[in-house]
Design a protein around this ligand. Structure first.
Ligand code: SF4
Length: 274
C-alpha cells in the first residue's frame, strides 16, 4: 500500500488533535461566544504581543495589562491615549511584573504600536475592539484586513486573529466559513511546508501558492495542524523527525532521520536539518 502524502497526513493529524482535550483550540465552536470589553481588550493586546515569544506568554500578557494598567473610569483605550508616551513606554517595558510585555524583538516598538492602536481604536472602532470583528458572514475577510491595518500586526498575526475569532468564537458566521478563509502561513507553517515538500520554497509567496493549489476544504484546520507540527516537532535546529506525525511522507524527515539513525549508531550524536 502506498504511504499517504504529507497533505493527507497533516489533515489526519488534525483529526487526532480535534479529539485531544489538550488541543481544544483547534476545534470549531458550535455557538457564537461573546467577549466582554475587558476580554476583547486582552485579546487584541495578546495578538499584538504574539511575536518573538510563546503564545502562552503573549495571551497572559494581554490579560495582565488590562488587569493592571490603564484602568480607572475611562475606557482602556482612552486611558492609553491620555497617558504620556514615556509612561506608556515604562509600563510596556517594565509593567509585566518588572519585565517587558513584548519580546526583545518588539521591546522598543510595542509602546509605539500600543499608543498608535489607541488612536485607531478610538477613531475607527469607538474604543471597542469588538467592533473590529463585528462583521457579517460574507465579510469575514474584513476581520483580517482590519487587524492588518494596525501598526505591529502583520499578515500572519491578522490571519491568526481571524482564525481564532471565527473558529473558536463562532464570529462572522463561524463554521459556515470553514472553507472560505485562506491561510497566510507563519514561519512555523512555512518550515513544515518546505521541509515536507509541499512547497518548493520557504518564501511566503511560494508557500501561499502551494497552499492555494491544494484547494483545501478547511485551510484553517490544515494551518492549525501544520502549526502544531512546526512548534512541537519541526524545530529550526534538531527537528524531532523520529516522533513527527508526518515522518513517513516528509522529504527531509525521511532523509535526515535515516542519516541521524546511521550517525547515532556510529557516533551516538544527533544531527540537525537545515
Ligand atoms: S518529519 Fe522532520 S522535517 Fe518533516 S515535518 Fe516532521 S519534524 Fe519537520
Amino acid at each position: 500500500m502506498n504511504s499517504p502524502g504529507p497533505v493527507n497526513q497533516i489533515l489526519d493529524f488534525y483529526k487526532k488533535l480535534e479529539r485531544n482535550p489538550e488541543y481544544e483550540w483547534v476545534k470549531w465552536s458550535k455557538v457564537r461566544k461573546r467577549f466582554t470589553i475587558k476580554n476583547a481588550n486582552a485579546f487584541f493586546i495578546g495578538v499584538m504581543l504574539d511575536q518573538g515569544q510563546t503564545a502562552e506568554r503573549a495571551w497572559d500578557g494581554g490579560e495582565h495589562m488590562v488587569d493592571n494598567h490603564f484602568k480607572g473610569k475611562r475606557n482602556f483605550w482612552k486611558s492609553v491615549a491620555a497617558t504620556h508616551r514615556s509612561t506608556i513606554r515604562k509600563i510596556c517595558q517594565k509593567g509585566y511584573d518588572e519585565t517587558s510585555y513584548a519580546s526583545v524583538f518588539c521591546f522598543n516598538k510595542f509602546p509605539i504600536w500600543l499608543r498608535n492602536a489607541s488612536d485607531k481604536m478610538l477613531n475607527d472602532y469607538k474604543g471597542d475592539p469588538r467592533n473590529i470583528w463585528n462583521v457579517t458572514s460574507e465579510n469575514v475577510n474584513e476581520i483580517y484586513i482590519r487587524f492588518k491595518s494596525f501598526d505591529g500586526i502583520g499578515d500572519a498575526l491578522s490571519k491568526m486573529a481571524q482564525f481564532i475569532l471565527v473558529r473558536n468564537y463562532g464570529i462572522a458566521g463561524g463554521i459556515e466559513n470553514r472553507s472560505n478563509m485562506s491561510v497566510k502561513p507563519d514561519e512555523l507553517v512555512r518550515r513544515v511546508l518546505f521541509r515536507s515538500g509541499i512547497s518548493t520554497s520557504n518564501k511566503i509567496r511560494e508557500s501561499i501558492e502551494a497552499l492555494e493549489n491544494l484547494h483545501l476544504p478547511s485551510p484553517a484546520d490544515f494551518d492549525a495542524a501544520a502549526w502544531i507540527i512546526g512548534r512541537e516537532y519541526c524545530l529550526k535546529n534538531k527537528p524531532k523527525c523520529y516522533s513527527c506525525p508526518i515522518l513517513v511522507s516528509c522529504q527531509y524527515g525521511k532523509r535526515h532521520n535515516q542519516a541521524n539513525s546511521a550517525d547515532a549508531k556510529s557516533r551516538g550524536a544527533p544531527r540537525s536539518v537545515e
